[in-house]
Design a protein around this ligand. Structure first.
Ligand SMILES: [Zn+2]
Ligand SMILES: [Zn+2]
Length: 281
């Protein structure tokens, strides 16, 4: 995404967020505050990945031998934990409102949510144009659809509150939006945690790697395998390769061939291979 487009989508999102927070407090609508929270998170997510991408371009140095790629993961983790906390608060507030419903200014709620919908649609167009060749297209589309849906839902709610004083719709919509935020957050936390505990990336099959390398005539077995990713993109492999007993080893060409398998079949481009004869028997 170009810097200019990025700036505008963040600016728009933050403007909607501010409008919804202020409108939510004045009109006494918790649903608006929930939507504001979601929009705040969207802006934060865009900003974090932007800033982190800048930082992670910094070359690795003697102190940070893996570079700065995990900065984005760390920032996303903090942002998500923060979001879960807010969603939990909204749900508690919603329960309170369900039991003691207060009056809500439906007209103000309606206007603010119309502004929110317009802002969301413009952001959607900005983001959508750029994600055309992106693999994340489907995820982005689903996200934008649900953003739009939650704005539409609040508009409908505001109309009912204006005309029939159905204040109970406000906490109900708060639950729907907060549950959605929690659902999104837990999925993200799961993904981030797996990266932070150096878990195996989901699409990598270590048994298959072992099998492929053991097909080589000079390999007796492969063991002590570790596969991990720094940032969800770059893949690392570490493993011991025990060689068949021969008298004329061509170590460099073995490593070259194993690296080729790792790179071509598994997209792993950082590997550390320990060649051994009988070390681990
Ligand atoms: Zn969103
Ligand atoms: Zn070993």
């Amino acid at each position: 995404m170009t810097d200019k487009k990025l700036f505008w989508s963040v600016f728009l999102n933050l403007t909607i967020t501010a409008a919804e927070f202020i409108g939510g407090f004045i009109s006494n609508s918790l649903a608006l505050l929930s939507d504001a929270t979601h929009n705040l998170n969207d802006s934060m997510a865009i900003l974090i990945s932007y800033i982190a991408r800048k930082i992670s371009k910094k070359q690795k140095d003697e102190k940070r031998t893996y570079g700065y790629k995990r900065v984005e993961i760390l920032a996303a983790f903090l942002n998500t934990v923060f979001l879960i906390a807010i969603a939990a608060i909204l749900i508690f507030e919603g329960i309170d409102k369900l039991m003691n419903p207060g009056e809500i200014n439906g007209q103000l709620m309606l206007w603010v949510s119309v502004v929110g919908l317009a802002g969301n649609l413009i952001t959607a167009i900005l983001l959508f144009r750029d994600s055309k060749e992106n693999l994340n297209l489907k995820a982005t589309f689903i996200h934008i659809m649900s953003d739009t849906l939650s704005s539409v839902m609040i508009i409908v709610g505001a109309i009912f509150i204006m005309n029939y004083n159905w204040y109970i719709l406000d906490p109900i919509f708060t639950f729907v939006i907060s549950t959605y935020i929690l659902f999104e957050s837990f999925n993200l936390i799961k993904e981030i945690s797996n990266i932070l505990v150096q878990g195996k990336p989901a699409d990598i099959d270590t048994f298959k790697i072992k099998e492929e390398i053991e097909k080589l005539s000079y390999v007796e077995n492969v063991h002590h395998i570790h596969v991990w990713t720094t940032d969800g993109i770059d893949l690392y492999f570490e493993g011991h390769v025990a060689l068949e007993q021969e008298c004329d080893y061509k170590l460099d060409s073995y490593i070259k061939e194993i690296n080729k398998i790792l790179e071509e079949k598994f997209s792993i481009n950082h590997s550390t291979i320990q060649l051994e004869q009988k070390l681990c028997e």
